[in-house]
Design a protein around this ligand. Structure first.
Ligand SMILES: CC(C)(COP(=O)(O)OP(=O)(O)OC[C@H]1O[C@@H](n2cnc3c(N)ncnc32)[C@H](O)[C@@H]1OP(=O)(O)O)[C@@H](O)C(=O)NCCC(=O)NCCS
Length: 199
């Protein structure tokens, strides 16, 4: 069957955590990097599926869910909702101090306990944000574009037409894709950048 795009369902959550891990090393498989396979998904998948399911879309083929886009219309409101409804349970599941300081796991657990706030100049101009990840079997076939377009349609339904995302500078392929999709750099950090566009 040709892959199809559909709205996320609660039972997709495990598959999305898995995709997040399998694409979590600058677009490549991060399985060998983390002793706890759930950590990336706890940050980059779980809160979106739980708190903003109407803006989560998946690409699915005969072997199952193979890609997703996750978005929120209002990043600041989402940060506050996470603080109330997502982080407390996740912090209890992943306490500080379990992994060696500065290990990859410790870095993610610190993000869980002290999540950075997106800078005000970015959220003022581009209130929505997104994450997109496709397994290799779905990549390079137009599904990244289609997933983004599904998200943009959904966001327009919320009256939102400006969005940003974060991408590691090492992920050159993703940066090329985002540029092709009309995103430009609005903020640069040492190892990552924020890209944004209106639609
Ligand atoms: C990056 C990613 C989302 C792109 O999705 P994709 O399905 O491979 O991309 P598509 O096939 O939909 O490409 C859409 C358009 O972008 C172009 N494009 C894709 N990658 C490109 C690149 N590196 N440079 C320039 N153009 C690129 C395509 O040619 C296509 O152009 P067209 O529609 O105008 O003909 C996907 O490859 C992926 O999930 N990679 C691994 C995980 C990852 O890195 N996620 C991003 C984390 S920030």
């Amino acid at each position: 069957m040709e892959p199809r795009i559909r709205a996320v369902r609660p039972e997709d959550e495990r598959a999305l955590y898995e995709i997040c891990l399998r694409t979590g090393a600058s677009g490549e498989d991060a399985t060998a990097m983390y002793r706890d396979p759930d950590l990336l998904g706890e940050i980059y998948v779980g809160p979106y599926v739980r708190l903003a399911p109407s803006l989560a879309f998946v690409g699915e083929d005969e072997d199952g869910v193979a890609g997703y886009v996750l978005g929120v219309p209002d990043t600041r409101a989402f940060e506050k909702a996470c603080e109330r409804e997502w982080w407390p349970a996740v912090r209890a599941r992943h306490p500080l101090g379990v992994y060696p300081a500065r290990s990859p796991e410790d870095h993610l657990i610190r993000l869980i306990h002290d999540p950075p706030e997106t800078s005000e100049d970015v959220v003022e101009r581009y209130p929505a944000h997104l994450h997109i990840d496709l397994l290799p079997r779905l990549q390079g076939r137009g599904y990244g574009r289609r997933l983004l377009e599904s998200l943009f349609d959904g966001l327009l339904g919320f009256g939102v037409s400006a969005i940003h995302l974060g991408v590691g500078l090492a992920n050159e392929r993703a940066i090329g894709f985002y540029e092709r999709m009309g995103f430009t750099v609005v903020h640069r950090y040492a190892e990552s950048q924020i890209m944004a566009r209106t639609f």
